[in-house]
Design a protein around this ligand. Structure first.
Ligand code: HSE
Length: 301
C-alpha cells in the first residue's frame, strides 16, 4: 500500500576520493538532476531530458525505475506502473556520481511514495551502496557535505563532516568520457607500505583541513595510490591536474575521472578558473558550492 501517488526529488552530483581518500572520501556538489514519478496504470515509462536523453532506456530498465522498484520491494510495497520524468544535468561517465545520483533518486522517490519513516538514512546508504557496489558517491549524495564511507561484509556505512563554508569546489569537465570500470582496470593489485602510509596521512589531514583549516588543502590532497596510475587512460586530465598542482592549486581527479576537481576558496577561485582556461580551454569549468544537505525529496497526492 502506497502513502502517495507522486513524488519529486532533487539529487546532487558528487565527487569521490578527493585525492588521497580512495574509495572512502566524498563531497556533495551544487549540480543537480531533478526527477518526478507518478504511479500509473500500464507499463513503466521514462522521459529523459538533458544528459543521456539519446541513450538511456525509457522503460523499466531505466536505473531510476529499477531503484524505485528495488526499494519498494525492500519495504514490502509495490506499484502498478511508474511514469518517470528526469531532467538530467549531471554529466555521465566523468567521475561526478551520475549513477549514484540515479540510484539515490530512485530510493528517495520510493521512500516518499511509501512514507519517509519507512526507511532511515542509514538504510538508504546501505541499500544504495548494495545497488552501486561501493558507497563513496552514495554517502555524500544522501548526507551532503563531505563524507567518510566504509563497508564491511554485511553493510555500507557513512558519516558526514561539516565542511568549512569558505570551500569553493570547482570542476573542470572534459568532452571525453571514461567508464569507472576501465579506470579501475589499470590500477595495480598491490601497493607498498610507503604508499599506504602516505595516503593514510594525507587522508587524515584532509579531514582536518576540510573542517578546520583550508590552508592545508594542497598537502592534504596529495595521492600516491590511484591518480598517476590512471594517467594513461586520461592523459588530458592528467596534464591539467599536473599543471594546476605545479601552480599549487589543490587539484584532484574527481572520482574515477576524467573530470578534475579543485578544492578552492573564494580567495583564489577566479585564479583557478583562469588557470584551467589557459591550460586547456576544452575543459568546461563550473565554480560550485558544497551542498550541505544532500538529496531532497517530497511527496504529492
Ligand atoms: N572511488 C572510485 C574509483 C570511484 O576511484 O574508482 C567512485 O566510486
Amino acid at each position: 500500500m502506497l502513502a502517495h501517488q507522486r513524488a519529486r526529488v532533487k539529487v546532487p552530483a558528487t565527487s569521490a576520493n578527493l585525492g588521497p581518500g580512495f574509495d572512502v572520501m566524498g563531497l556533495c556538489l551544487s549540480l543537480y538532476d531533478e526527477l518526478s514519478v507518478e504511479v500509473i496504470d500500464g507499463p513503466d515509462e521514462a522521459k529523459v531530458i538533458g544528459e543521456g536523453e539519446k541513450d538511456l532506456p525509457v522503460d523499466s530498465n531505466h536505473l531510476v525505475i529499477k531503484s524505485i522498484r528495488h526499494t519498494l520491494n525492500y519495504v514490502g510495497a509495490s506499484a502498478s506502473g511508474l511514469k518517470l520524468t528526469s531532467h538530467n544535468r549531471i554529466p555521465h561517465a566523468r567521475g561526478l556520481g551520475s549513477s549514484s545520483a540515479a540510484i539515490v533518486a530512485g530510493i528517495s522517490l520510493a521512500r516518499e511514495l511509501v512514507g519517509s519513516d519507512k526507511l532511515s538514512k542509514q538504510e538508504m546508504i546501505d541499500l544504495a551502496g548494495k545497488i552501486e557496489g561501493h558507497p563513496d558517491n552514495i554517502a555524500p549524495c544522501i548526507l551532503g557535505g563531505a563524507t567518510i564511507a566504509w563497508s564491511n561484509q554485511q553493510d555500507h556505512n557513512a558519516v558526514r563532516l561539516n565542511v568549512n563554508s569558505e570551500l569553493v569546489p570547482i570542476i573542470a569537465i572534459p568532452e571525453y568520457q571514461l567508464a569507472t570500470k576501465q579506470a579501475r582496470s589499470v590500477l595495480p593489485q598491490q601497493v607498498t607500505r610507503e604508499e599506504s602510509v602516505f595516503n593514510i596521512s594525507r587522508t587524515a589531514l584532509l579531514v582536518h583541513s576540510l573542517t578546520q583549516d583550508l590552508s592545508l588543502l594542497f598537502q592534504a590532497t596529495e595521492d600516491r595510490l590511484h591518480q598517476f596510475q590512471r594517467s594513461e587512460v586520461m592523459p588530458k586530465s592528467w596534464h591539467l591536474l599536473s599543471e594546476l598542482r605545479r601552480n599549487e592549486f589543490p587539484a584532484v581527479v574527481s572520482g574515477a575521472g576524467p573530470a578534475i576537481l579543485i578544492l578552492a576558496t573564494s580567495e583564489y577561485a577566479d585564479a583557478v578558473v583562469n588557470a584551467v582556461n589557459k591550460i586547456d580551454p576544452e575543459f568546461k569549468v563550473l565554480a560550485l558550492t558544497v551542498d550541505q544537505g544532500g538529496v531532497q525529496a517530497t511527496s504529492e497526492n
